[in-house]
Design a protein around this ligand. Structure first.
Ligand code: 13P
Length: 253
């Protein structure tokens, strides 16, 4: 499957339970009309996925994913969901390696690698998140960190599976801080990622490489104008229907 670009992801994190999800969609559906030149994917909390599906049933243009999975398919793993369960609930995508999973919950590169493999193994699209901490940027380690995280994330995939994924570059210092990476800085990291993907697969150009970190209506156009930025993964601004409708309407050809 080739995903249309630009790609807009809304990562709700631990916000919007089922009632708030229904309320959000009542507003959003009136403010964002289908566009056939882009991909729009919501990542609600898993417990809100069913409510999202019911409330958006008329809108096949709005796709869904989960924010995390465990790599085993079932068993005694309290609190977790598997990629197969996410698929059964109607998700088509799953995040892996989001910085909050890495830095709040301790997901290591090896864990992320297993999660990506489990997601791709179920036929879902993995959205592998990579990005450096501020101190790593200050030490000049952006390339080393991104290269390591990307290599680990891809290590258990076939080239066909790599060609079917999405990479999100989310510098940790730009997440939820109001401090967006400049389009030039983000573009440079995306170029690095594109180059690394080109070493592994033939059609690296088709893989969406999206940017996340304080994306909002006021900076979306300049971010999408950068040549290597194929879309965005939005946290805070995806919680407000009007802001996210504006973001999802930006760019395009
Ligand atoms: P913010 O847009 O709130 O900075 O969050 C970005 C993010 O983590 C998306 O996954």
């Amino acid at each position: 499957m080739t995903l249309k670009k630009p790609f807009f992801g809304g990562n709700w994190k631990m916000n919007h339970g089922p009632s708030a999800t229904r309320g959000f969609l009542t507003e959003f559906l009136g403010q964002y009309q289908p566009h056939d030149d882009r991909t729009v994917v919501f990542f609600p909390p898993a417990i809100s996925l069913a409510a999202f599906k019911v409330a958006s049933a008329e809108r096949s243009d709005l796709l869904t994913g989960v924010q995390d999975v465990y790599w085993e398919s079932s068993g005694a793993f309290t609190g977790s969901i598997s990629a197969g369960m996410a698929k059964d609930a109607g998700a088509g995508f799953a995040l892996a390696g989001h910085s909050e999973r890495r830095h709040v919950f301790g997901d290591a590169d090896e864990d992320v690698s297993r999660k990506v493999a489990a997601i791709a193994g179920e036929g879902l699209v993995p959205v592998l998140c990579v990005g450096e901490l501020l101190e790593e940027r200050d030490r000049g380690e952006v390339e080393a960190v991104v290269t390591r995280q990307l290599a680990a994330g891809l290590s258990r995939l076939s080239s066909d599976q790599v060609e079917g994924m999405v990479i999100a570059y989310e510098p940790v210092w730009a997440i939820g801080t109001g401090r967006t990476a400049s389009p030039e800085d983000a573009n440079q990291a995306h170029e690095l990622i594109r180059g690394l993907l080109t070493e592994s697969v033939a059609s690296a150009r088709a893989i969406p490489i999206i940017y996340g970190g304080s994306v909002k209506p006021s900076n979306i156009e300049e971010l999408l104008a950068a040549p290597e930025i194929d879309g965005v993964l939005v946290g805070g601004a995806s919680l407000e229907a009007s802001d996210f409708a504006e973001i999802c309407s930006a760019g395009g050809v």
